[in-house]
Ligand binder design. Structure first.
Ligand code: 13P
Length: 249
């Protein structure tokens, strides 16, 4: 399976010229760029090889919903992927699993590919991997409840495992633990949703230095990169490490 690198710029950069410059250096095959909403159009026009991703998508197509972005509008703008359920939205904006479930359905209906973000906080992980698995299983069960009607497939539903304690802390997960959780997620998706061969990405303090230690394994299908995706040299190196893995299989 080809490795996928997803760049989540979060609320960066401040200027459009910087966004375009960053888009140019990240514009490679098997890469998804998720700029802030305000730069989707200009970054979309810049990209030739990478796909465009949104950092969120609302659950309604249109209507009286101030400040939201409709999945249908996003699709028409040229967006291919949507991050749903990122931990910063779950924690800072109190986004619930029920809201995430509605967003996934609406995004799939609109023809977007969903990158569903899951992951446990440190107070869970410190109890060990079984506790982390149980936390992630509950998130997936709630987020994907009744989802079959939205016709998820291994091509349009990707899971990003992002342990919250690893995000932006410089403290990435241990790759062997990520492999175990990734296998657990893949088995769950296959057993409950008949999603065989769905991609599972890793996210959390990935850098050019640790990227290979994750993406070299067949169980880890790529990465969701935050901070390092804002530095030209870092993201270029991470993409090329992932591309080398693609060449090896
Ligand atoms: P960092 O790579 O900055 O830890 O962020 C990860 C993340 O949240 C990507 O969605």
């Amino acid at each position: 399976m080809k490795k996928l690198i997803v760049a989540n710029w979060k609320l960066n950069p401040l200027r459009e010229t910087d966004a375009i410059r960053l888009a140019r250096v990240s514009d490679r095959d098997h890469t998804v760029i998720c700029p802030p909403f305000v730069f989707l159009e200009s970054v979309g026009k810049t990209l030739r090889r990478a796909k465009l991703g949104a950092q969120d998508a609302f659950w309604k197509e249109s209507g009286p919903y101030t400040g939201e972005a409709s999945p249908v509008q996003l699709k028409r703008l040229g967006v291919s992927y949507a991050l749903i359920g990122h931990s910063s939205r779950r924690t800072e904006l109190r986004e619930t699993d029920a809201m995430i479930n509605k967003k996934i359905r609406a995004a799939l209906r609109a023809g977007l590919k969903v990158i569903l973000c899951v992951g446990e906080p440190w107070n869970v992980r410190r109890k060990g991997l079984p506790a982390a698995k149980s936390f992630v299983r509950t998130q997936l069960q709630k987020d994907l409840a009744g989802i079959r009607t939205a016709k998820p497939t291994a091509r349009n539903l990707i899971v990003a495992y992002e342990p919250i304690w690893a995000i932006g802390t410089g403290r990435a997960d241990a790759p062997h633990d990520t492999i175990e959780i990734s296998k657990f997620i893949k088995n769950l998706l296959a057993a409950r949703y008949s999603l065989r061969a769905a991609k599972v990405l890793y996210g959390g303090s990935m850098t050019s230095r640790n990227a290979k230690s994750f993406v070299q394994y067949k169980e880890i299908d790529g990465a969701l990169v935050g901070g390092a995706s804002l530095k030209a040299e870092e993201i270029r190196t991470i993409i090329s490490i992932a591309t080398q893995q693609n060449g090896n299989r």
